[in-house]
Design a protein around this ligand. Sequence first.
Ligand SMILES: Cc1ncc(COP(=O)(O)O)c(C=O)c1O
Length: 405
Amino acid sequence: MGLSRIAQSVGESATLKLNELAAALVQRGEPVLHLGGGEPKSKAPAQALASAAALLATGEVRYAPPDGIPSLKRAILAYTEEFYGRLAAPENVMASGGAKQAIMVCLQAILNPGEEVVYPAPYWVSYPQMVSLVGGVGVPVHAADGGFVPRLRDIEQKVGPSTRAVILNSPNNPSGVLYPRDLVAEVVDLCERRGLWLIMDDIYHRLVFAGQKPVSSWELASDRSETSKLVLINGVSKQYAMTGFRIGWAVGSRALIAAMTKIQGQQTSGPSTLSTPAAVGALKEAHSDVESLRATLESNRDLMVEHLRSFNRVVVRPPDGTFYCFPDFGAYNKTSAELARFVLEKARVITVPGVEFGMDSHLRLSFCGSAGEIREGIDRMKWALDPGAPAEIEIGGRRLRRDWV
Ligand SMILES: Cc1ncc(COP(=O)(O)O)c(C=O)c1O
């Protein structure tokens, strides 16, 4: 059909595919429960909405600088100082159409074809695709103990002559693991020693539980000058429940940000002018919204973990943060894709197969929905999978009997 090699090689996002399937089932009137989603259900902060509405009311929504308007940059700089202890300049900041675009443009600015990017597994589904869109090669690192936290040695073993960058996402999508401060410090040091870029994807960093605090990689770095190759990625999507506004950012050296701004300027001319005041409103004034979302997620996590523990054969590690849990269903002797399909067909529950995150036998379950959805979703899964569960259940007003286990 004349499509490029890149177009043919890039896979569709599994999460988006599932969202489409869920929408189709809902349209058919099926009682689908969505434990696969990747966004908080709360409303965007009032301050964000008011700021965007004020700009909209002027009727003058124009082009803006490709790296972000000054007030957004100021808000990002204040955020960076507060949460990372980094005093940066406007030239160290590029706002973008979501953290995803900030990471993508960063990869375009640092990678040559064939060069490698190392990241721990399980990893966000998009990293391998984004790296290959730039012509690079994604190199996942699996922890030697089969868990979610690699040792420095596991990571270092994957670093070779073609490695250009490491990506760390903490707390992690999909495992919810917050990498220990010591590991982050070791990876910062490794990257400094080997001259590698370190992309810290901190999009969930304030959504952490049990009094844990986000780790500031910047404070662990020994090079805090303009030669630093540490790139801080963040955004408003998750912590402020503003996924549709598409505002994220990168903070890095002036040289990197200048290169990224050049690239972004040719691609999209920067983030939407209408969304930027909304992000400024959120960053400046919506602190209590983040805390209230965080507290709700913590109680949802407790509920999900408690329900999962009632399964006989599921291994669950309580997530430290995010809104995802990544239990191991390996005892069911199915691949994660088979298991996700089975759970959808039998119990009408949407989950995301672990294979998409580099760890088959797991399923990613989101706890960003309501307590009722979490309870019912896990109960339905238990009915479908666990021979110890009662054989009958009511789903969408219909009484169903399990006759397969
Ligand atoms: C680990 C991770 N990084 C980045 C993103 C993208 O965030 P944004 O909506 O700001 O593009 C996501 C979204 O799911 C994510 O899970």
